[in-house]
Write a protein that binds this ligand. Structure first.
Ligand SMILES: Cc1cc2nc3c(=O)[nH]c(=O)nc-3n(C[C@H](O)[C@H](O)[C@H](O)COP(=O)(O)O)c2cc1C
Length: 186
C-alpha cells in the first residue's frame, strides 16, 4: 500500500523562517511515526503569481502544483506567522483559491508563530475557524510558538516540543494502520 501523503504549508516568505521550522519539525516527527511521504512549501515556493491571481486558473504551474498537493494530501500541516493578530493576507489568499469541498474532512494540524505570547490564541480564534469553514478535521491540539521557543531557527524549547508530540499523537485517530504503537497492540 502506498504511504499516506503529508503536506506542510508555511505561510511565510522569510528564509530562514520560524514558521517553516515549526512545520518541518511537526512533519519530521509525524513522518517518523506514521511513515508518511512528506513535502513542505512556503510562500516563496508558491511564487509571485499568487498575488496577481483572482482565480486559480491564473496561477503559474508551480503555484497550481502546490495547491494540487495541498488538496490531494492525506493530512495537512498549516503554519502561519502572526501578522497583526492574525494570519498574513497572502496566506489567506492562497487558501481563498481552494474550493470548499477540497479540504472537507481532511485532518489538519494547525500551527502558528509570533514574536511573543500576546497572540497565542490566534490559532484558536483565526486559524481554526478558517478551516472550520472547509469542514476540515482540525486536530484538537493547536501549536503556537514564539521567538523564545527557537534557537537559530530550530525548535528548542521543551514545552513546544511536548505540544508537538501531543498533536502528532492525535494523528493516530486518522492513521491507525500506520502507527506502529497501535499496530503492535492488535
Ligand atoms: C507585518 C508583521 C506583523 C506582525 N504582527 C505580529 C503580531 O501581531 N503578533 C505577534 O506576536 N507577532 C507579530 N509579528 C512577528 C511575527 O509573527 C514573528 O516574527 C513570526 O515568528 C515570523 O515568522 P517567520 O520567521 O516564519 O517569518 C509580526 C511581524 C510582521 C512582519
Amino acid at each position: 500500500m502506498a504511504a499516506p501523503k503529508l503536506v506542510g504549508i508555511a505561510g511565510s516568505f522569510n528564509r530562514p523562517s520560524k514558521t517553516y521550522a515549526l512545520v518541518q519539525n511537526v512533519a519530521e516527527r509525524a513522518t517518523e511515526r506514521y511513515g508518511f511521504t512528506s513535502r513542505i512549501h512556503d510562500l516563496h515556493d508558491v511564487g509571485p503569481s499568487l498575488g496577481r491571481a483572482i482565480w486559480r486558473k491564473e496561477l503559474d504551474d508551480q503555484a497550481k502544483e502546490i495547491i494540487d498537493a495541498i488538496v490531494t494530501s492525506d493530512a495537512l500541516i498549516v503554519g502561519a506567522p502572526t501578522y497583526k493578530g492574525s494570519y498574513p493576507g497572502l496566506f489567506k489568499h492562497l487558501i481563498d483559491l481552494i474550493e470548499p469541498h477540497e479540504l472537507r474532512a481532511k485532518p489538519i494540524v494547525i500551527t502558528a508563530t509570533g514574536g511573543g505570547d500576546r497572540h497565542a490564541l490566534m490559532v484558536e480564534h483565526q486559524l481554526r475557524p478558517l478551516f472550520g469553514f472547509f469542514m476540515s478535521h482540525t486536530l484538537p491540539t493547536a501549536v503556537y510558538a514564539s521567538d523564545r521557543d527557537f534557537t537559530d531557527y530550530r525548535v528548542s524549547s521543551a514545552p513546544l516540543s511536548n505540544r508537538i508530540e501531543e498533536v502528532v499523537g492525535e494523528l493516530a485517530a486518522f492513521f491507525p494502520a500506520e502507527n506502529p504503537i497501535l499496530a503492535a497492540a492488535e
